[in-house]
Design a protein around this ligand. Structure first.
Ligand SMILES: C[S@@+](CC[C@H](N)C(=O)[O-])C[C@H]1O[C@@H](n2cnc3c(N)ncnc32)[C@H](O)[C@@H]1O
Length: 295
């Protein structure tokens, strides 16, 4: 049964998933797959519109169906959040490769552990849950202590982050304000900020968010978190040595513009293809393909 306090449930998820992955995987030092599996399950919980398919059913699917469902989850999220899905690609790129039977078994063990420990309750927005950094707890748990020390990856405990947010933000800030963390890790400090905004009656999507970190996997988790936490469309997430000189932000802004332009092109082409298909059927009416292409 999940614990009532989200950060305790999140810690339990991280511990259970790490144990499941290390017990069952042939390659326990790989972090992308357990992190990506948990991120996918969380997103799947948020977007699933099929009441007949609960998150706990995912692990019961046959191998091909399971891998397809995991990939399609990211594809569906991409329709709304192409930039963040692109930045999160280390968490899902492995789904494009051949996934061995042993790895599929380990993925099932991770899904089962995450479900039993209560992950779906932590991320189901219909229940108005606060933003919680499950991926931050998980990456910390999965990494050996020596690696964490080298990276300086010790995240601010959520209870402390919440207190800091309450003290520094007594009232709801004006919409449009930008919140940044140049050494964001997986974004926990900004989760507390988003929670504070919601507690004051605001919507985090009405603000700007910028998260940077030197570690590519932390950046990928921060991008997935930005989707899970509903930070909206004004989000920039990038990998950079932010302590070194240079305009790291400018390159990130340019990357975001390119990804969004590509997305617009794909959506336009898909609309046109749909219209062409409709026009090719005898009973169809509606906008001409030329008008659709111009829109
Ligand atoms: C102590 S953690 C803090 C994370 C987050 N701000 C929090 O309070 O939970 C420090 C983070 O800084 C990152 N970091 C260390 N050196 C960095 C650098 N030169 N540029 C960007 N990020 C860096 C690490 O990868 C780590 O995620």
């Amino acid at each position: 049964m999940p614990n009532a306090h989200p950060s305790i449930t999140a810690r339990n998820v991280a511990t259970a998933v790490t144990a499941a992955w290390q017990r069952t995987s042939n390659n326990p030092s790989t972090l992308e797959i357990p992190l990506g599996t948990v991120a996918t399950l969380a997103l799947h919980t948020q977007i699933t519109d099929r009441p007949e398919r609960t998150p706990s059913d995912l692990g019961q699917l046959a191998r091909t169906d399971l891998l397809r469902e995991l990939s399609e989850t990211w594809a569906r999220v991409w329709l709304d959040q192409p930039y963040l899905v692109q930045i999160a690609s280390p968490l899902h790129r492995w789904l494009d490769d051949q996934v061995s039977d042993e790895t599929v078994r380990a993925i099932r063990a991770v899904l089962d552990a995450a479900n039993r420990a209560g992950l779906p309750h932590l991320v189901d927005r219909r229940h108005g849950v606060p933003a919680v950094d499950v991926l931050g707890f998980l990456v910390t748990e999965l990494r050996p202590a020596s690696a964490r020390q080298h990276l300086g990856e010790f995240y601010t405990p959520p209870e402390v982050a919440e207190l800091m947010a309450a003290l520094t933000m007594p009232e709801l800030p004006d919409p449009g304000r930008l919140f940044t963390d140049p050494t964001a890790g997986t974004g926990g400090l900004l989760a507390a900020t988003a929670n504070r905004i919601r507690a004051l009656g605001g919507d985090p999507a009405h603000y700007g968010w910028e998260l940077a970190d030197i570690n590519h996997l932390s950046v990928a988790c921060a991008a997935a978190n930005a989707i899970l936490w509903g930070l909206g469309d004004h989000v920039l997430v990038y990998r950079a040595d932010t302590l070194a000189p240079g305009d790291h932000r400018a390159a990130a802004v340019s990357t975001r513009a390119q990804v969004l332009e590509h997305h617009r092109g794909v959506v336009r082409a898909a609309r046109l293809a749909a219209l062409l298909t409709r026009e090719a059927t005898p009973a169809s009416t509606g906008t001409s393909p030329t008008a659709a292409a111009a829109s």
